[in-house]
Design a protein around this ligand. Structure first.
Ligand SMILES: Nc1nc2c(ncn2[C@@H]2O[C@H](COP(=O)(O)OP(=O)(O)OP(=O)(O)O)[C@@H](O)[C@H]2O)c(=O)[nH]1
Ligand SMILES: [Mg+2]
Length: 394
């Protein structure tokens, strides 16, 4: 394990004008009230001092240094000397430059002091943290972005690490903790670098005044540009809003149309379904009716057929009966004729017999008997003729 004497020794040099909160932030980092800090008309810290802490494998000296620009030139000269001491003590350092905040605005004198320091000790980007301290808690969402752009204009140094710190309640431990974490986060992302003095800090009162004027003009220019830019953005925003409203209205209209179309389609679908249903029912009904009709027709046909068959049978029967009758009649007639013939024959033979008897009787018994016999024969003969011979059969 490295002993405290063999450990790397770095510095955390907190720079900035008087009253921006350097000592306050140094105490936050240390977690103790090591350095005097207070609201005062004149500078509070007048001599450089430091407290050492261990972070990782290195020792860091946290410096409490006087501010740079003051009204009194003698004080400025003293401050320059005190700042020099810190760079001599720990040339390999992280530099935390603190801007004060005037209701969130970057102060001209802080820009002038930074530019003077950066000229004397060219500050390395990798080791530099820019801090805006005491920013109002309520600020615009793009405040940080705006500060980054403004600082790039004013200090001509790319702003890789910017820490905007809220004006906290110094008695609120959780706010102090949050502030400390914010600072530590910015610190660990940076790397300590060597800072070699290039020239003396040039801060004559007249020069400071001129520089402040210049920065003021730059700030005004920036604000104008910013205003123009914002106006343009607002204009664009209004255009977009208008366009957005148009699109939204169109969208709403489309939604209404789509909804109406959907409802119409749904209605048509239902009507179609109902029509299909009705058609199906009708088809079933018609089919049943047709089947019933077919059945009735078949039954009627069957009945007609049966009746026709019955009639045909009856007719055939009748015909057969008539034929039978006819045949019977014919047979009867025939038989009768045959009987008549037979009767006639027998009558003829009887007659012949009678005639022969008559002849015999005339010969033997006289005329009366003969006439009597003749009249009997005639009657019999006539009666036989009148009844067509049938009476002979009875
Ligand atoms: N409540 C509160 N006070 C703050 C904050 N930051 C700075 N201050 C106060 O601001 C005043 C000035 O702070 P200092 O730390 O003394 O300022 P400085 O930069 O060290 O000033 P000099 O020593 O004169 O160079 C002190 O009263 C601080 O407590 C903050 O975030 N919250
Ligand atoms: Mg101080």
């Amino acid at each position: 394990m490295a002993s405290s004497s063999s450990r790397q020794r770095y510095g955390i040099i907190i720079l900035g004008n008087s009253g921006v909160g350097k000592s306050f932030l140094a105490n936050i980092l240390l977690g103790s009230e090591a350095f005097d800090h207070r609201a005062a008309a004149r500078s509070v810290t007048t001599e450089t001092e430091f407290e050492e802490i261990k972070m990782g494998n290195a020792n860091y000296a946290i410096f409490n240094i006087p501010g740079l620009i003051e009204a009194d030139q003698q004080c400025i000269e003293r401050n320059k000397r005190e700042i020099d001491k810190a760079f001599v003590e720990r040339p390999t350092s992280l530099i935390l430059y603190v801007f004060g905040s005037q209701n969130g605005r970057i102060r001209d004198e802080d820009v002038v002091a930074f530019n003077a320091l950066n000229k004397a000790y060219p500050l390395k980007i990798e080791s530099l943290v820019l801090i805006v301290n005491g920013a109002p808690k309520k600020r615009l969402g793009d405040y940080e972005g705006e500060v980054i752009v403004l600082l790039k204009e004013l200090i001509q140094v790319p702003c890789q690490s910017l820490c905007v710190l809220d004006m906290i309640d110094e008695n609120n431990q959780s706010e102090r903790k949050k502030l400390k974490n914010q600072l530590l986060q910015a610190i660990v992302e940076r790397t300590p670098r060597d800072h070699i003095k290039k020239q003396d800090l040039e801060l004559q009162r007249e020069e400071v005044r001129k520089a402040k004027e210049e920065i003021k003009a730059l700030q005004a220019d920036f604000q104008n540009k910013l205003q123009m830019h914002e106006n343009q953005i607002k204009k664009q925003q209004r255009m977009y809003d208008k366009k957005f409203d148009e699109i939204r209205n169109q969208n709403e209209l489309m939604q209404v149309l789509i909804e109406n179309q959907r409802k119409g389609q749904e209605k048509r679908d239902n009507e179609y379904k109902e029509a299909i249903q009705r058609a199906n029912e009708l088809t079933v009904k018609l089919r049943a009716e047709v089947q019933a009709e077919q059945k009735a027709r078949q039954q009627a046909e069957q009945r007609v057929k049966e009746q026709t068959d019955q009639r045909a049978m009856e007719q055939a029967e009748q015909k057969a009966t008539e034929q039978a009758k006819q045949r019977a009649r014919e047979q009867t007639g025939q038989r009768a004729r045959e009987q008549v013939q037979r009767a006639s024959k027998s009558i003829s033979s009887i007659m012949e017999k009678l005639f022969s008897e008559i002849v015999f009787a005339r010969r033997s018994s006289g005329i009366t008997k003969f006439e009597k016999a003749t009249s009997v024969v005639r009657r019999i003969y006539l009666r036989g003729r009148a009844t067509d011979g049938s009476s002979f059969l009875r």
